[in-house]
Design a protein. Structure first.
Length: 195
C-alpha cells in the first residue's frame, strides 16, 4: 500500500554543517504571490586550531547547528531568532566569526512542505521547492530515477505535483507514479543513476 505524507511547519530550517551555516525561513507567506518571507542566515566558523577565541567559535558554531537541527518545525520564527541571538552573545567572539543576518525572500521562492509517497520496495517519490524526484526501487542494476528537468521551474513542478499528490497513493509502480505526474503537467527527466 502507498503512503503520502505532508509536514506542516511554521519555520523551515536548513543547515550546512560543512560550511557552518544555516537558513531559517518563516513559512507564514510561503508560496504566496506578492508576499515576502522573513529569513535568518546564520554564519559560523569552525577552525581546526587556534587560540581560545577560535576554540569558542568552533564550539558555539557546532552548538548552533545542533540546536537548529533539533528544533521543531512548529517553533515560532522569533523564538528561533531569540535563541540564536542569545547563543551568539554567549559565545562572546567577534561578529565576523559568528553572525546572524536578517533577510527576506519572495513568498513564491520559500521552501515548500515536503511531500513524500511510495510503495515499500517498489518506488518512492518526494517533492519540494526544487522540484520532483521519483526513484525506482525494483531495478537495482540501473536504479532508474525521474527528476524535474532544467526547463521547468522547481516551484512550478511542485505546484502541479501537489494537486495530484493524493492520487499517487493508487500508483503501484514507478511507471504509474511517473504517468500521474506527467499527466498533471510535471516535466520529468528520466535517467539511470548507475550511468
Amino acid at each position: 500500500m502507498a503512503t503520502a505524507v505532508s509536514t506542516q511547519r511554521l519555520v523551515h530550517i536548513r543547515t550546512w554543517s560543512g560550511s557552518c551555516s544555516a537558513r531559517i525561513t518563516e513559512m507564514i507567506n510561503a508560496g504566496k504571490v506578492g508576499k515576502r518571507c522573513r529569513t535568518l542566515r546564520f554564519s559560523g566558523w569552525n577552525p581546526s586550531g587556534g587560540d581560545e577565541t577560535a576554540r569558542r567559535c568552533c564550539d558555539y558554531t557546532m552548538r548552533a547547528i545542533w540546536m537548529l537541527e533539533k528544533m521543531a518545525s512548529d517553533t515560532p520564527f522569533d523564538k528561533v531568532r531569540d535563541e540564536l541571538t542569545a547563543l551568539i552573545a554567549e559565545a562572546n567572539v567577534p561578529s565576523s566569526y559568528l553572525n546572524l543576518y536578517d533577510e527576506e525572500i519572495r513568498g513564491v521562492d520559500a521552501p515548500r512542505e515536503v511531500l513524500t509517497a511510495g510503495v515499500e520496495g517498489k518506488w518512492s517519490a518526494s517533492a519540494n521547492e526544487t522540484g520532483v524526484s521519483i526513484n525506482d526501487l525494483v531495478d537495482h542494476y540501473n536504479e532508474p530515477c525521474c527528476i524535474t528537468p532544467h526547463d521547468q521551474k522547481g516551484r512550478i513542478a511542485y505546484q502541479k505535483a501537489a494537486k495530484v499528490w493524493p492520487q499517487l497513493e493508487s500508483a503501484a509502480t514507478f511507471h504509474d507514479a511517473c504517468e500521474i505526474l506527467r499527466n498533471a503537467g510535471c516535466k520529468l527527466h528520466y535517467y539511470c543513476r548507475m550511468d
